[in-house]
Design a protein around this ligand. Sequence first.
Ligand code: ZN
Length: 605
Amino acid sequence: MHDIHYAITPADPAAHLFRVRCVIRKPDPEGQILSLPAWIPGSYLIRDFAKNIVSISARDAGDNTLTLHRLDKHSWQAPPARGELRLDYEVYAWDPSVRAACLDTEMGFFNGTSVFLRVHGREQVPCSVAIEPPAAPWGPNWRVATAMPRLDAKPHAFGTYQAADYDALIDHPVGLGSFTLGRFEAAGAAHEVALFGRHHADMDRLCRDLKPLCEQHIHMFDDKPPVDYYLFLVRVVGEGYGGIEHRASSALVCARDGLPQSCTPQDAVDERYRELLGLFSHEYFHTWNIKRIKPAAFTPYDLQRENYTELLWAFEGITSYYDDLGVLRSGLITPESYLEMLGRLVTRVLRGKGRLRQTVAESSFYAWTKFYQQDENAPNAIVSYYAKGALIALCLDLLIRQTTAGERSLDDVMRVLWERYGKTGTGVPEDGVETAAREIGGDELKTFFDKALRSTDELPLQELLHQAGVTMYLRAAEHPQDKGGKRRADGAPAVGVDSGLRFKADGNSLIVIAVDAGGAAQRAGVSPGDKIIACNGLQASNDRLVWELAAAAPGDELRLHAFRRDELMEFQLELQAPEADTCYLEVDSGADGERLQIRRGWLGR
Ligand code: ZN
């Protein structure tokens, strides 16, 4: 047992309660302060995890009850005490995401940020953690999945684990339950995949594909990975997609049908599996880019409040660029398949009018209140530092390849960042990424950065792609579900007009989710939340609206009846010609010389 020791038990799975004990051998003689973080690194929103502590008590070495003084919404102070201080508390855990904690009779999951009190002033002290099994009848076959180093626990068993300091303690999420385990080696390091939840996944196939995917990221940065063990902790659900990165693991949520099944052809990568490989790739790339190459603003994290940086475009955007590119580089998909994904990414960015209002530097800075708290006006007001950030990374990569005649690329910038900041543990200053890029690509990148990061000007995608032997085409959307990436299907019915409505079907009505700034719907007064019950005098449905739009020409009117609250409203929309905001990319077969060389360096042969 270390000087700071925690014991966590899934005490009452049916009530979603973890019981935690924290023992401090040498508490602050002035009165020990304890708190839970307000947020979890990797997800930039104040979540106030302490709100889930449903009971807390303190005792001294003589087992006398101590009165805890409440300091604020997430902090307590114990009275001055001699000898050991012991805290017992219960945490309500029923958050299905990967950002907090969850417990039921099937499985348990927790991040340290949700369950382990920070012992103020002792953050650098190593601690031990006893992870205990639930009492009968629950969890007879449960095991433990975590990258937290073991103290006396056997692999995947309940027992005692350890962390070098508080920062490490909260950076090793833990999964409890009966899970499927896959194992592979990447560049000599052991990697594991733990799948929780019901599934029919072909684990051999998954591991076979993840190996080259992880290896190409490793080899881009260095010869060996920064960890000797890595864990993908995956929760399989019906519908879901997302993840959060940690120093030696990541916690992912994925859809059952996105996983490869034993019946799927062994070399086929369908759209959903391609997307899932992109997620694994994304979280794994973060092992370098943000977990070790880290903004100075996060070095160290201030866990009580928002930590501001304008660099999230680099940490999330560059990571988003390399996630799909990594799937291509590992040979799992073709360049055509990769270009389809890239075309869809361009489409997503072009369709958001918010890109004309907000820069990616602003989007990064205000992540806490805007990107992470999106409302119906988000498409008109903000730009994603993920999506536009990935396009900026693409532009940078192509620009550097162009200015260095194919000799250097964004890979070289990442290696500079790794050597300079990642390996030394130094925080990246706000201008650190730009400086590194200019060292590799030349000072002419300054103009690009000013425009790309600090203005809302369009990115020079078309020109840069052309120089890389790829042609970028723009067309109007064919139908409301058209995500782009592909040329117009022969004979496809075209939507000849744009209504500026974003909606979802709800029985015999359509609920307006958002209206495009300056679009036909907004000009006619349609608002988010309106419940459309008729289009041109006929009962509303998705098919009806699509049909009415297909039959219309620019300048025609569309009559909508809708309820706003309980009041019936009527709107006349003057339909507009659709914008060419749907992108697809094709290899230019006529490209030769330097253009061909750049394309080969970028997409492979
Ligand atoms: Zn990310």
